[in-house]
Design a protein around this ligand. Sequence first.
Ligand code: ADP
Length: 670
Amino acid sequence: MFSKILVANRGEIACRIIRTARRMGVATVAVYSDADREALHVAMADEAVHIGPAPPRESYLRGDRIIEACRETGAEAVHPGYGFLSENADFARQCGQAGVEFIGPGVAAIEAMGSKSAAKSIMEKAGVPLVPGYHEADQSEERLAAAAVDIGFPVLLKAVAGGGGKGMRLVSTADEFAGALAAARREASSSFGDDDMLVEKYLSRPRHVEVQVFCDRHGHAVYLFERDCSVQRRHQKIIEEAPAPGMTPELRRQMGEAAVLAARAIDYEGAGTVEFLLDGQGAFYFMEMNTRLQVEHPVTEMITGQDLVAWQLRVAAGENLPLKQEELRIHGHAFEARIYAEDPDNDFLPATGVLAYLQPPAENPHVRVDTGVLQGDEVSVYYDPMIAKLVVWDENRERALGRLAKALSEYRVSGLSTNISFLYNLATSLPFKNAELDTHFIETHHDLLFHSTDSDRVQDLPLASLYLLLRMERRARERAGGADPHSPWNSSSAWRLNQPSMHTGAIVLNGKPHDVPVVEIGSGDQRRFRITAGPKTVLAAGELSGNELHADIDGYRQRVTVVPHDGQFTLFGRNGAMQFALAQPDLGEEEGQSARDVFSAPMHGVVIKLLADAGAAVEKHQPLLIMEAMKMEHTIRAPAAGTVTEFFFQAGDQVSGGEELLGFSPAKES
Ligand code: ADP
């Protein structure tokens, strides 16, 4: 076994690898960029080497610096994690040349699977079933368009070098083809430096079922069963589970054996994942093979009781696979939910900011939290906005799902938007409970999953109101007369005492103000607030200590956490998180979105292309500008017919979130 390894990654996966290495008595070296000086993975490793500025191209993708760091520290092997250099054949080759073991498959296997086209050709020869499509070298628009017509619409364009759903476009009709191809190529070339495309038949409502395989240098190969990763947004997984619901032992064996066949076809070594699409009739088709550890590997670990990182280290050190196929068993059921900094209500746009408050659920044999961040850390534009992976296990699917819902309701994050409430809605929805899974799950059940939380939340208004009252009293006590004239919470126009025992004020929930009149009755131990929220009036009492509110609402006692940040509050209660604020005095804002909102950058990013000329007339909804942020394209469109008076940025310019991108003058109604 190695005595020291370098982990060429960051975030949760770097931490997760370090944990196993430590348990095995292997010393670890972390690498870090300027943005990660204080990061958890750096603190956890035995040694850490600074490798460059924040942008990945200048740090985590600098293979030369990483190999240099191995030399300096005497690390004998590199674990690349996932993403970054994990599937970079050149890097694996350079490791070999430098005498450092790359913990992963051989260069030839990475190369073979690195191109989705080449991979499909190899699998075709090996007899693994494929999705019908075009994966040849001729990349002319005419040839690709003709292939799409032959295959029959709808088709999917995929970047040959793709991954993470990037550079992928669904094309439903022939006239959309050229535009979709251009966009997919742009995204592919900026993400992968390669804009080659393949065309595939777009299967309607398949499931994404993938098989974990493992091979050693001595000719042994096993499959560690399957994971169902059908629940996706923008072709990216958000909840995964193992085993796949409804799997028969026979189909499991067929898919497992096909995956092992695929691995053997490229002389594979280490951990790999063979991804299949599974249709309603039980037919499955090879999609691609990922030649690394997957993000969702923990669900496989939970049901097999194995540590896949330990297996990786052992195989890379030249040992035999720890177990034979017949020694592997499935025990129970596991889910993984990916907790992201993102805004589900805004097309899952990645969010950035500081994790002002962060309290994951407690870990135990049923609940595992793989994370790489701590409270106070920043989710920046430079890296993937995943905050953590919440992994749960129990004896069966139903019980495991119950664990997932509970753990999600206990996951407390504030300071930026997260998908936690969305995941909670998902995990508790009937179709998910019934395992009605396919890759369109989120679109199909849109209304259920995005159900406006208004009505659910109005019931928590008395809690919010009680908190604000107790907090106001506490602040008044603390100041003992020296009220802060700039604080909106003391502002007389927002929440005022207009009679000795009567408070009026409005609480803003999901952007809507709700009047919540409160009457104070009794005194001392008998003091109660009569709070009216919507149609309901309740009697409330409580105590505030730190961020904890002990509340008694009509005799029902509960303890919730309320965290203030940026002039808002997040209440973490039984129903998950609720954001609220105290109504500000009327600022005279117009209804709806202001021009500033429409034309401002949704987040920090780069302007890719201007699509109109300043001064020229444009139609309503016409695309005006494309910007890229967090490796995704965002199109700014005209809200009405009119004229772009000026573009404030040019292609290639960096913009900060919220900055106005262009001036626009709507056409006069004629
Ligand atoms: P990436 O490597 O970018 O993640 P994949 O090829 O793995 O891309 O595909 C990602 C997801 O896109 C799949 O899980 C599936 O939901 C969807 N998908 C891919 N190919 C097809 C197809 N031919 N028909 C329907 N859906 C597909």
